[in-house]
Design a protein around this ligand. Structure first.
Ligand code: HPA
Ligand code: ZN
Length: 326
């Protein structure tokens, strides 16, 4: 009998997803038109031609440029709705979603606009899409920590519906140690703590995110493999890594998917989860990432199921919803 080309991947949680990174080129153009914003590219093909990235910064430049079309709560809501629609088809049942409030504040978009636009859609997500969600405010490590702390205070003062904080943007030269005050404040507020580390930066940034910031999960973390003692620690302490294979290839953190260290991490006993990071930029959503690694790394159905189980265990879900999904 015929074997389907793309057997469905198991239901999973997506734990490393930047909502601004789900802004597809067609939505960039639609929102620009609606908001009367002139774009540098004449058409979608012109914009797409600029998606050949050479490193993290070359991606960040376009990622921040495209965000300029997000002006109103309705713009943020439409982007969020489009992600959840696509994520549902990808098999996502729970999503912990990062947003970059400082990137919007820096271009004059009030905190309430990004928070309310995104949160208005997340509130209805479980009923509408069957996807439970949590919102994570990610701070930009290439901007001052004092600014991050002010934004965190504002988020707390407005009682923003966030479950945690993260740390993203240009990694090298911006180590976790600069952000201890931000993470201390978030911990006191009862928030979950994550940070990008070891994407382009050295393994010491991963250890520092654990020791200086007290994070519960590491976003990316693939460069831990440069330090065998650190790999052993991540395995022993069962610190989850939110790995993003297509992102790693597109940003040249790894030379190719074949050379991606997913299997080495799994064999070392690290709690690996598979995620899409910025799916509109890196060639696919979480199902595309799972399909790609399954094909290239010859993952068995049991290994795929283990990755999906890791995603729920590494999530910040608790209670009945966690039990239902596990
Ligand atoms: N790394 C760092 N910053 C980011 C990323 C990423 O993968 N995506 C969006 N901001
Ligand atoms: Zn990321």
């Amino acid at each position: 009998s015929d074997v389907p080309a793309n057997p469905a991947t198991p239901p999973c949680a997506e734990l490393h997803l930047h909502i601004e990174g789900t802004l597809e080129p067609d939505l960039v153009f639609a929102l620009a038109e609606r908001n009367g914003i002139e774009l540098p590219d004449r058409d979608i093909a012109g914009l797409r031609s600029r998606y050949a990235f050479t490193d993290l910064q070359s991606f960040l430049d376009l990622y921040y440029e495209n965000m300029a079309v997000l002006r109103t709560p309705a713009d943020f809501a439409e982007m969020t709705r489009a992600y959840l629609t696509r994520a549902r088809a990808a098999g996502v049942r729970h999503a912990e979603i990062m947003f970059d409030p400082q990137a919007h504040l820096a271009r004059g978009v009030p905190l309430a606009t990004s928070v309310e636009g995104i949160a208005s859609v997340l509130r209805a997500s479980e009923a509408e899409f069957g996807i439970s969600t949590g919102l994570i405010a990610a701070f930009l490590r290439d901007r001052p920590a004092t600014e991050a702390l002010e934004v965190l205070e504002d988020l707390l003062a407005m009682d923003a519906p966030i479950i945690g904080i993260g740390l993203d943007s240009a990694e090298v030269g911006n180590p976790p140690s600069g952000f201890t005050a931000v993470y201390d404040r978030a911990r006191r507020a009862g928030l979950h703590l994550v940070a990008h580390a070891g994407e382009e930066g050295p393994p010491s940034y991963i250890a520092d995110a654990l020791d200086d910031l007290g994070v519960e999960r590491i976003d990316h973390g693939i460069r831990c493999l440069d330090d065998p003692a650190l790999v052993a620690r991540l395995a022993a302490e069962q610190i989850p890594l939110t790995v993003c294979p297509l992102s790693n290839v597109r940003l040249r953190a790894v030379p190719s998917l074949v050379e991606h260290p997913l299997r080495r991490l799994l064999e070392a006993g690290v709690v690996v989860t598979i995620n899409s990071d910025d799916p509109a930029y890196f060639g696919g959503y979480v199902d595309d990432n799972l399909h790609a690694v399954r094909e290239v790394h010859k993952l068995t159905d049991d290994e795929l199921a283990a990755l999906a189980a890791n995603s729920f265990r590494a999530s910040f879900l608790d209670g009945d919803r966690r039990d239902a999904l596990l």
